[in-house]
Each structure stands twice: as structure tokens, then as C-alpha cells.
Design a protein around this ligand. Structure first.
Ligand SMILES: [Zn+2]
Length: 179
């Protein structure tokens, strides 16, 4: 099973434990966004405005992905929001010397261009371009969205190393607690 996920869904995971009273925000400052973009292969400097843009786009992608997972149409406002950002995409899909396909941002790289790439990825992902099914994690307090590309589409958790493991341990504890 692969843990690799589309960019747009990775962005939605920067707000974790969505069912808890206070979800965990991983994009707290422009520096957090700069770091995240670099790790995502879209290095570009972020500022306070692009941090807000990133959070707004993230939540639109999240709500739209939840709708797709539930088999319903994404809310119109979120769809429009994602489409508007995707239409600003000026990055080029580039083949590297090692045969990988990567995004190359226009120069000088801007965080807004990186967000446009993520929105374009959301259009592809939510539009069903990838081989897989969008699901909501069954983990307690998680509610993350992920792409299940397992052969039988039997995946239940956003990540085996976090939510999957926790669920297994809890099931084991419950079994042992039985008289
Ligand atoms: Zn999860």
C-alpha cells in the first residue's frame, strides 16, 4: 500500500484532528507555509496574505473532497474558489533528468503560484483523474480526506502509521478487556 497522496489532499492534512475541539493547525505562520511548500516540491516564499490564501484554499479543497467522498457535488462556492485558483496556474509540468514529472514555478517563484498548482491538482483529484477513491479517515477525531488507491479500495485510514495503528491497538485492547 502506498502512502503517497495527491498534493491537494496533503494540504488538507495541515489541519489535523479536525473532530477535536481545537484542531491542530500546522500552518501557523508564513514560515510554516514556506517550509510546507518546499517539502511539497513547490519552493516559494510565503507572506501573511498567502498564508491566509493557503488556509482558505485548503478548507475549500477539504469541503469539496468531503462532498466527493460522500458521493455528492462539492459546494458551489468551494468549487468556484478552487477553479479560480486553478485558472491562475502558470507553472509548467517538467520532466527531470531522473525521469520524474515535477512542477516548475514561474520565476521568481511566488507562494500564490504554488497555491494555483495545488488548486489545479485539486481539479484533477476531485474530478476523478487519479486511479482511486476519495475517502474520509475512520480514525477517532481525524476526519482527514485521502485517496484510496489500494486494489480492493479497502483502505479505512488516512495513514497506517498513525490512525491505522491506533485503531488496531484499540481493537486489541478491547478484545483483551473482554471477560
Ligand atoms: Zn486519519
Amino acid at each position: 500500500m502506498t502512502e503517497s497522496q495527491p498534493l491537494c489532499l496533503l494540504l488538507t492534512k495541515t489541519l489535523r484532528h479536525r473532530l477535536e475541539p481545537v484542531p491542530q493547525e500546522h500552518l501557523r505562520s508564513p514560515a510554516d507555509l514556506t517550509d510546507w511548500l518546499a517539502a511539497a516540491g513547490l519552493p516559494a516564499p510565503a507572506d501573511p496574505a498567502s498564508l491566509q490564501d493557503a488556509r482558505d484554499l485548503r478548507e475549500s479543497i477539504y469541503r469539496a473532497a468531503r462532498a466527493v467522498a460522500a458521493g455528492t457535488a462539492p459546494p458551489t462556492a468551494d468549487r468556484d474558489h478552487i477553479n479560480t485558483w486553478a485558472s491562475r496556474n502558470d507553472a509548467a509540468r517538467t520532466l527531470t533528468g531522473t525521469g520524474d514529472a515535477v512542477w516548475r514555478l514561474a520565476s521568481p517563484p511566488a507562494a500564490r503560484s504554488a497555491l494555483a498548482v495545488i488548486a489545479a491538482d485539486a481539479v484533477d483529484t476531485l474530478g476523478g483523474t487519479h486511479d482511486g477513491t476519495i475517502k474520509v479517515c475512520a480514525g477517532d477525531h481525524c476526519n482527514a480526506v485521502f485517496l484510496d488507491s489500494s486494489r480492493g479500495r479497502s483502505r479505512r485510514w488516512c495513514s497506517m502509521s498513525t490512525c491505522g495503528n491506533r485503531a488496531k491497538k484499540e481493537a486489541m485492547r478491547a478484545r483483551h478487556a473482554q471477560p
